[in-house]
Design a protein around this ligand. Sequence first.
Ligand SMILES: *Cc1c(COP(=O)(O)O)cnc(C)c1O
Length: 360
Amino acid sequence: MNRIYNFSAGPGILPVSVLEEASQAVLEFQGSGMSILELSHRGKWYDPVHAEAQELLLSTLGLSASEYTVALMGGGASTQFALLPMNFLGDGETADYVDAGEWGAKAIAEARRVGRVHIAGSSKATNYDRLPEIIPSGEASYLHLTTNNTIEGTQVFTLPETQGAPLFADASSDIFGVDRDYSQLDLIYAGAQKNAGPAGVTFVILRKSLLAVAQKNLPPMFSYQVQCDKQSLYNTPPVFPIYVLGLTLKWIAAEGGVKAVAARNQQKAALIYDALDAAPSVFTPCVAVKEHRSWMNLTFKLATPELEKAFLTEAQALGMDGLPGHRNVGGLRASIYNAFPVEGCQALAALIQDFAARKG
Ligand SMILES: *Cc1c(COP(=O)(O)O)cnc(C)c1O
């Protein structure tokens, strides 16, 4: 197979070695005489897969299993927008939310159905072209932020002070892609399909101590307490996505862990940003503050819609796909998740240089 350079924002690219092993397991899982797709989720073949994915989630992030627990769920990160306030925003309480992009705004809308929301910082007035300053309310049950704004192309590299509130993060598009002190976060959730596996599993990593303050009497499928008490086996978990998530985490370990992968991501992003910055008459990065530029989703515009169209046509001819920006914001977006190869970033940077030399 001739692999193209897939710049898609999600589902994103996976390592070839993971795809090969997963393909084999679809035919037969480890001498079981069954496909991974046919295994009972309560049985000796699947049990270790499930437990290993949970262990690897914590160890990859450097979190201790005595302090943190993991729920493996369905429903995407979007379901978590609602479950977080249902579990942690009680009557009369306030939650702080950072409004730095479309995904965060969706999380805010869900929290408002449940309780009171304080906007602790917003960059909406400048079309989310930067990260906002964060001023916590000082009375919040938690502070929620999006670590990487997938659509707008900003990324949080320094986690904020919360004035005592537990810090909750939607890390859907940069989990395992940046080296940060994850123990500063009390709850981390992510849909796997951007940087960690296929669509279908969403993981929630939370401090065990939070379960004590979670709301009781929720429908069991919506309750972190139930999900954790039942080791994410209250109902049938998404077996195959969990298996591929585990393979992807083992691949990250083999690459040298989050530190090594993050260092490579920074270099990959620099190749493309440097090319953009060198051609300001044709290309303009969408993010106004350089320090806020994402390593995962690089957003930029060309001087005219005609130039954008011409650039995309040339990119397509060179085997680069998935570069149009999100339908709500336009422009272009290069998503270069962990498994995206350096060569693809070099190819895009070379096209940017060459295109600018001809059209600038
Ligand atoms: C893609 C994305 C989501 C939505 O994820 P689903 O799994 O499709 O619900 C939420 N937050 C961020 C930051 C994302 O990138």
